[in-house]
Write a protein that binds this ligand. Structure first.
Ligand code: ZN
Length: 599
């Protein structure tokens, strides 16, 4: 680990887990703990528990858990140093410079962030410049995007018409040509000439979830093509996992009761919705939605509303894209705007109320697909009918709720005028085909890798470990009773060793559950430990009783193992005809047996 334990402890102790987590999801007090619907799996009744005394969280539904760092790492998909940095910033602790495994790689990424930040500033200043930004401002004014709050909030900018203004600006700031080319914002042609990628375009910075500029979208001022270009993918920008304005939308959704996200295609559509009462809007970056997108959105919202332009819905709608929501178990509605409107025009012309009205009228994804397919194919000719049914059955296979599938099947049968029974048997055939495919894939997988037997952690050891963490003096009692005991469970063993090391260096009063979690190397161990830490005893007597029981169970287990070993040694000695050893083992065996029985 790059940071020493002291600084990690300090950052942890200054951040309260309840405060940190409630910035993301609403927590309700329940006795000494707090409860919430788990953000890591779908549920109706809360099984996600945050314990302020121990500064840990654990979900009894899906089993995730850990400390404040684990939460941030899971929720924000950060690595440990990132989570540490974020929490340190939150409480104004300055971290010593971290020693990374690859300082070169680290500094390259850091330089990319710096280049993008400096470029965003430069473009933004151009737009605001009285002379240079005139035409761009006129364009934005024409489309009513010129309010200073809007321009500032989205840091809208302008790339000048000349070939090398950004290049020169960044060079003056000390960036090397090589790193500028690596950023993708500067291009080198076959003749070796370098120039700016974006020229004469309105610039929209794309931020990651930490609020850092990682890419740009650039729009032409007129009707030339391509209308939009994006900066290329880079070590800091992957299209398939980024969405425009998610940084702002995530905060809006966390602060709102309604966990709903609106999805549009264009930057300007997105900005218009944000500034007209829909800050929960994101835009795709000229790609169709990916599984990663939906997985990320699911953390912030329960329902997605996909907006399509009125006249283009049929061709524009990627019907397959909508299936991703169903596969991921996220509820989705489709909203088709009236003919001639895109989201921007509509909100601009009709206002927030009209938009809200449309959202409530949003079409179920099934109805939408059916409608599009009925426009595309003729249901009264047999080929058309086949196309429609096979497309929709393909969707049904992905829907996890059987109730929903049932309802859709009935409606489809009525609309197409076919027997519900025959649709159902088609669906079953399709399901069987797919599941046999899955089985085959699983078989292939298991053949290619060595079979992993699932390691069971013995219950008595788990309980004992939980007791020792709750009440550190038990460690000494335990070590006196079982010197050199080796835990059978892999995880219990590792946690026990970490805890012992800690106990050697600190006095009992300073040992805390959260400190222990910090010392654990893997998230898997942290999750396992957080589960142990959630065990509670009603009184000290109760706890003492549990400890004595656990000790007894462990002693019994140890005896059984010793007996088994002796039995093996006896039969070996018999086979070898080694009378001396045989006698020795027999005696030991009888003694051990006597001990067990006399207890
Ligand atoms: Zn969960």
């Amino acid at each position: 680990m790059a940071y020493n334990d002291q600084i990690v402890d300090q950052v942890q102790s200054l951040n309260d887990i309840v405060e940190v987590i409630s910035a993301y999801i609403p927590l309700k007090r329940a006795g000494r703990s707090f409860k919430a619907n788990c953000p890591f799996h779908q549920e109706k009744t809360p099984s996600f528990i945050v314990n302020p005394e121990k500064q840990i969280f654990h979900c009894f539904g899906c089993g995730v858990g850990g400390d404040i760092f684990s939460f941030l790492m899971k929720y924000e998909q950060m690595n440990f140093p990132e989570a540490l940095r974020r929490l340190a910033e939150r409480v104004h602790v300055t971290l010593p410079e971290a020693k990374q495994s690859s300082p070169r790689e680290r500094s390259q990424t850091e330089r990319l962030y710096q280049i993008y930040a400096a470029s965003a500033e430069f473009y933004h200043a151009n737009l605001k410049h009285s002379e240079l930004g005139k035409i761009a401002r006129a364009y934005l004014a024409k489309r009513a995007f010129d309010a200073p709050e809007t321009v500032n909030q989205f840091c809208i900018g302008f790339a000048l018409t000349e070939w090398r203004t950004l290049y020169e600006h960044l060079s003056k700031k000390g960036f090397q040509e090589q790193e500028l080319i690596r950023s993708g914002l500067i291009v080198r042609n076959a003749q070796g000439k370098t120039y700016d990628l974006f020229r004469n375009r309105i610039m929209f910075p794309i931020l990651n979830r930490q609020g850092k500029v990682i890419a740009f979208g650039g729009r032409v001022l007129g009707d030339e093509l391509p209308k939009y270009i994006n900066s290329p993918e880079s070590p800091i920008f992957r299209k398939r996992s980024e969405l425009y304005s998610l940084y702002l939308a995530a905060r809006a959704m966390a602060a709102s009761e309604i966990r709903r996200v609106l999805i549009v295609e264009g930057y300007l559509d997105c900005i218009r919705l944000h500034t007209n009462g829909f800050p929960n809007t994101v835009a795709t970056l000229g790609t169709s939605l990916t599984q990663e997108h939906v997985q990320i959105l699911k953390r912030y919202a329960d329902e997605a509303i996909v907006l399509f332009d009125g006249d283009k819905a049929g061709e524009q709608a990627s019907l397959r894209g909508l299936d991703i929501f169903l596969e991921e178990g996220m509820s989705v509605k489709v909203l088709c705007l009236p003919k001639g409107f895109d989201p921007d025009d509509f909100v601009h012309a009709k206002g927030m109320e009209a938009m809200n009205h449309l959202i409530h009228e949003g079409q179920d994804v099934f109805d939408f697909k059916l409608q599009v397919l009925l426009q595309r194919y003729n249901k009264s000719d047999s080929l058309g009918l086949l196309k429609i049914t096979s497309e929709l059955l393909d969707t049904f296979v992905r829907i996890k709720s059987p109730v929903l599938v049932d309802r859709y099947l009935k409606r489809l049968a009525v609309t197409l005028g076919v027997e519900e029974g025959s649709l159902r048997s088609e669906l079953n055939k399709l399901k069987n085909k797919q599941s046999s495919l899955h089985v085959r894939q699983a078989e292939l997988k298991s053949k290619s890798s060595t079979p992993q037997t699932k390691k069971v952690e013995p219950a008595a050891e788990k309980l004992l470990l939980a007791l020792m963490i709750h009440c550190p003096p038990y460690i000494r009692t335990f070590l006196e009773l079982f010197p050199g005991y080796s835990f059978l469970g892999e995880k219990t063993r590792e946690i026990f060793y970490s805890f012992c090391r800690m106990a050697q260096n600190e006095d009992d009063t300073k040992l805390s559950a959260s400190k222990l979690l910090n010392r654990l190397k893997s998230e898997e161990l942290k999750t396992f430990a957080s589960e142990l830490l959630m065990i509670e005893w009603t009184s000290n007597d109760d706890r003492e009783q549990a400890f004595q029981d656990a000790i007894r169970t462990l002693k019994k287990q140890e005896h059984e193992i010793q007996l088994r070993t002796l039995r093996q040694q006896i039969s070996k000695a018999e086979e070898a005809g080694d009378q001396e050893s045989l006698l020795k083992y027999m005696k030991a065996y009888q003694e051990l047996l006597g001990q067990v029985e006399s207890r």
